[in-house]
Design a protein around this ligand. Structure first.
Ligand SMILES: Nc1ncnc2c1ncn2[C@@H]1O[C@H](COP(=O)(O)OP(=O)(O)OP(=O)(O)O)[C@@H](O)[C@H]1O
Length: 305
């Protein structure tokens, strides 16, 4: 989608959906990619923002959904100023369409809100409300990138379970590897996830990414029924930090920086993942899957290896 098709009032909110949105909707369901990490601070939001921006720059109609109602920062990273967020939708203060922001190059962004209650506290009824709200938007979306919260709370697991692909971001810290494994374990054992893409972030050299993957792979192959794919590595890159300061995606701010090159490569490869079958064509599909999945009543926290 081009920015001009968006009819934005400004960069804050009130994005008008184009009248021909339904005509241009994709024939197949949107690809939904959930980005998770287990441990916080490893670069999950940087990955979500740059993957989504690289996809939109490659011509994919992309929606970036921030589901971290506790510590949302997708909007901050992109320099957007939401008037309304998902939290306002659930509080009945606005419609979902009021939250929709226009990001760079027509990227669609649904922001969350910091300091609000967690997605885990939402009821099934609220999920249904979200489904209806998304279907009313009737947005043409090829790919939806979902930035999840840190940790392995139910909300994170539910979004990962509903997505067609889960990207687990890991960096070279013992806690990051341990928490990534804990996340993969509960996704595999309790949510039936059979395929996980592993992305190493902040690597000092290419070899480090592969070594991190191998660590996770070894233990997962031994104890879990899940296939891990090595998606690649994003280098530790000062340009990425500078882009964050500028509140821009590094793929836009510094397109020839090492991290930007890596993000573009990952976006290109993500497009080659097999699309889900079926003629369904809207974001609604994703949210319906969310509520259709059985929710384990037992807590997933503290699961042992
Ligand atoms: N590839 C990288 N190179 C250099 N710095 C990075 C890179 N990735 C992330 N960082 C740094 O790590 C910080 C945290 O990144 P980010 O906010 O994306 O993490 P997160 O996993 O989403 O955190 P949380 O979910 O806990 O809020 C960034 O502000 C940035 O300074």
């Amino acid at each position: 989608m081009q920015p001009s098709e968006f009819h934005p009032h400004d960069r804050r909110t009130g994005v008008e959906v184009p009248p021909n949105a339904t005509d241009s909707a994709p024939a197949t369901a949107p690809r939904v990619i959930a980005v998770a990490s287990g441990k916080g601070g490893v670069g999950k939001t940087s990955v979500s923002v740059n993957l989504a921006t690289a996809l939109v720059n490659a011509g994919q109609r992309t929606l970036l959904l921030d589901t971290d109602l506790g510590l949302a920062n997708v909007d901050v990273m992109l320099g957007l100023s939401p008037r309304f967020t998902l939290a306002d939708v659930f509080a009945g203060r606005c419609e979902l369409r009021d939250t929709l922001l226009e990001g760079p190059n027509g990227l669609m962004v649904v922001p969350a809100a910091s300091g609000k209650r967690h997605m885990t506290e939402l009821t099934a009824q609220q999920h249904v409300g979200l489904v209806h709200a998304f279907s009313e938007l009737d947005l043409p979306v090829d790919t939806m990138v979902v930035d999840t919260a840190a940790g392995i709370a139910d909300g994170v697991l539910t979004f990962c379970q509903a997505a067609q692909d889960v990207v687990v971001v890991v960096c070279d810290e013992p806690a990051s590897v341990t928490d990534a494994y804990a996340l993969i374990k509960v996704l595999s054992r309790e949510r039936g996830v059979t395929r996980v893409q592993v992305l190493a972030n902040q690597v000092q050299h290419v070899r480090e990414g592969r070594q991190l993957f191998d660590k996770l792979e070894r233990v997962s192959a031994r104890f879990l029924d899940v296939t891990l794919n090595y998606l690649g590595a994003i280098p530790r890159d000062e340009w990425l930090r500078r882009a964050i300061q500028r509140q821009e995606a590094v793929v836009d701010a510094y397109p020839s920086s090492p991290s930007a090159v890596a993000f573009r490569d990952i976006a290109r490869r993500s497009r080659q993942w097999q699309s889900p079958p079926g003629p369904r064509g809207h974001v609604e599909f994703f949210l319906e899957r969310l509520i259709a999945q059985p929710q384990p009543s037992d807590t997933t926290r503290g699961a042992t290896a």
